[in-house]
Unconditional design. Structure first.
Length: 306
């Protein structure tokens, strides 16, 4: 259990779920060639998860002091696991994750793509050690990395199988993937700010300059309120322009994505306590989950009940 706390396994399960859903709930129904065999795709998911886990480990190592203030019950490094052992785990996770990335890059005959895995691991290290202390920069970096975990499956599974004859079809599928990556970015960006609101006391005590520390809790909640309106309007616009004829999909979005996001928007305006922010952060995680799952609903609706 102590190792599961070290790597934030719930977030990693969501990451793996997200990548598996696109492959087996979307790509497999599109009558297109895919670059990776099933077991190779599972290696891609494993590589992404291992590197992300490494990011959580280094983050827990660096954040020992602030976590003692913000989440004392969740602190593992320095208590049940020594810092030296945590560093060893970090190195192993990254080496295996990047090593798998090297292998997959050669499988698709794009060896240069191995640099993607190195850059992701390096960015996660920079985030933990410096970027997270810069107002909004750390939030943007984390949100971009999660969004890129959607894009990377297109880079490895779609792009190498694209040729002149299927270029138009692949472009449409890749554009849908990008739509979901943008959705993932916005929701996770907002969630990262909400998590900063939740941890504002510890961050302030240790000089971490997050948005709530810089401008205060009240102004930050109003900023999050304004930001949350952007994906809300964008999703409604997307439904109207692309999904309105798919009745079941439209109903699904309204109940499981738009409704909860509207509730979040209303609640964040008056949120003040750590408990409020914790609940809203958890709600955003569920909205992201159901948002990603919607690709399966769209696929089924188009194939069987269009």
């Amino acid at each position: 259990m102590k190792y599961l706390k070290l790597i934030r396994y719930q977030n990693l399960l969501l990451l793996a779920f997200m990548q598996l859903v696109f492959r087996y709930g979307f790509f497999k129904f599109q009558n297109i060639p895919l670059s990776l065999a099933d077991w190779q795709y599972l290696l891609l998911v494993l590589s992404t998860v291992l590197i992300a886990a490494g990011g959580y480990v280094i983050n827990n190592i660096v954040d020992q002091n602030t976590d003692n203030d913000n989440k004392p019950k969740d602190v593992v490094v320095g208590k049940s696991i020594s810092e030296a052992k945590a560093y060893n785990i970090y190195v192993v996770l990254n080496c295996v994750g990047v090593g798998i990335g090297f292998y997959l890059s050669n499988v698709i005959m794009k060896p240069g793509f191995a640099s993607i895995f190195i850059l992701i691991a390096a960015t996660l290290y920079l985030y933990a050690t410096s970027l997270k202390q810069m107002v909004l920069i750390g939030n943007i970096v984390v949100a971009l990395l999660l969004a890129f975990s959607v894009v990377i499956i297109g880079i490895f599974d779609l792009y190498p199988a694209t040729y002149e004859g299927n270029q138009a079809q692949m472009a449409v599928i890749f554009s849908i993937l990008l739509d979901y990556a943008i959705f993932t970015f916005f929701l996770n960006f907002i969630r990262e700010i909400v998590k900063d609101l939740e941890d504002v006391n510890g961050d302030y005590n240790y000089g971490i300059n997050t948005l709530p520390v810089a401008i205060g809790i009240n102004r930050t909640t109003k900023t999050v309120f304004a930001l949350s309106i952007i994906p809300l309007i964008a999703i409604l616009f997307y439904i109207y322009n692309n999904l309105f004829l798919l009745i079941y999909t439209t109903i699904y979005f309204l109940i499981f994505v738009v409704g909860p996001l509207l509730y979040f928007t209303m609640k964040i305006w008056n949120a003040k306590t750590k408990k409020d922010f914790s609940q809203l952060s958890f709600l955003l995680k569920w909205i992201l989950f159901f948002g990603i799952l919607s690709i399966v609903v769209i696929t089924i609706n188009m194939n069987y009940n269009a």
